[in-house]
Write a protein that binds this ligand. Sequence first.
Ligand SMILES: [Zn+2]
Length: 159
Amino acid sequence: MSLFDDHVSPSPQEACDYMRDKYGFDIRALRKERGLDFYKTIALINYIRTKTSSLTCFGCDKTVSALEDLPIHMRENGCFTSIPKDDHAMWKSPQFLFPAYDNDPLLTSFESMSSDEDDDGPDPRVVVPPLEKPIRDLELLMLQEQQQQQSSTISPTPK
Ligand SMILES: [Zn+2]
């Protein structure tokens, strides 16, 4: 679950702790510093996962020959803190709103984490919807339209 090696933590929270302690990559602190909302956090995680899975450093786009070389490179070059700038295209790319890994536990963890942040003045814009809800709503809408179309062709309501 770690973003930078194949370390698997028992929970997303521990995965965050692991990355913070081992690499100095503190996603929770980053969210506050950069004002990342739910979707931006998702985009960032997926962006890093995509890069890591192709053995590429998300900070400077350098490719390494083996996964274990990646954190070494990133530590030596300070790439762990090279979060994409606000105008970077990845923030707007819908590609990164979809999980790089199916059911990535790290993505869903930020729903529960957001409640911890309520104490220190939550940003009212940061509403944390379940990731799949917009998709579910859309599916429901399409289903309803389909049913309406079907019912109108099969038994048109007389006026
Ligand atoms: Zn790098």
